[in-house]
Design a protein around this ligand. Sequence first.
Ligand code: GLU
Length: 392
Amino acid sequence: MKTGRKSLASHRRIVIKIGSALLVDRATGLKTAWLDAMCADIAALKASGVDVLVVSSGAIALGRSVLKVPAGALKLEESQAAAAVGQIALARAWSESLSHSSIVAGQILLTLGDTEERRRYLNGRATINQLLKLGAVPIINENDTVATTEIRYGDNDRLAARVATMTGADLLVLLSDIDGLYTAPPHLDPEARFLETIAAITPEIEAMAGGAASELSRGGMRTKIDAGKIATSAGCAMIIASGKPDHPLQAIETGARSSWFAPSGTPVTARKTWIAGQLQPAGEVHVDAGAQTALRSGKSLLPAGVRLVAGQFGRGDTVAVIGVEGREIARGLAGYDADEARQITGRKSAEIEAILGYAGRAAMIHRDDLVMTETAPRVDVRSAEKKDKADA
Ligand code: GLU
């Protein structure tokens, strides 16, 4: 069931992602006063019964400032070294600041494999759940010192969304220097309108965030919308808000402008949540119109409805299902490896044994292993328009 926006305090479990620029000033280092105010906000939420998890960026920025690395782009090994120094300082700062409210912090450093491989995912989830049970606040970051280009999230927006789905949070709050989603980049387009409520992340909404290739959007709105897709499809709402004011959570509670992304109303199993949130599908399966309709009504994907198989994947790997319009419509676990899948593409299930030499599964992707990831093309801009008028 879809519910409207509610106060932060009436959520069960909230993941708060904090951008580097909020915590670290290039010249003066850690912004202690801001952090103290943030921790007071966290304490207030916890006092009203909410489980709070923090995904904190800032290791690299802080390490740079401690090591006095001059401004400019860093090579991977330089940012890894900076993170090694910065993460210690960052974790200590959180721990000290939370202790003022008698809250214990626990540090969790994740790499991509910790959320993409099911067994490691379950392990990580158990540790985080135990920390929460003990009343501690997990302070989470990517393990930047060991993450290499190919196996890293690279941005904490998507990492935070994965943490939110992994822990069954009902709200993800992304705090950065951006106060929410606009119909176009506000610094470039004076006509840009602020969107207060986003009912579904449609292709139109994605276009507002800028294409993946846009230089401007990298690590900015693009990754936030990606995070939104991961979170909302697992039934977790998302808020994008500015973290610039002191007490940013209190500011949201008292009506500061922010964008709210509604959670998808469809309940999904924990396993399907994990499938939908996979960051790097190993391949693609392109389907025809008949299969697309069948999938939308909850059926399995049969080889007969497959037009093309792309990429190399093993049986059980996550693949993206591409619809007739060339967009991803679903994700699922492949019932066949890529080579076998290619051989049975477009063929009837009854022919599988003759082609492959053994009687495999009838489905290319079984419906229990499949989750729809498309959203209906619907944009809710009405509330934003009303608010704009009220602001004028
Ligand atoms: N993990 C990085 C850090 O702590 C931040 C990544 C991001 O800003 O999204 O420095």
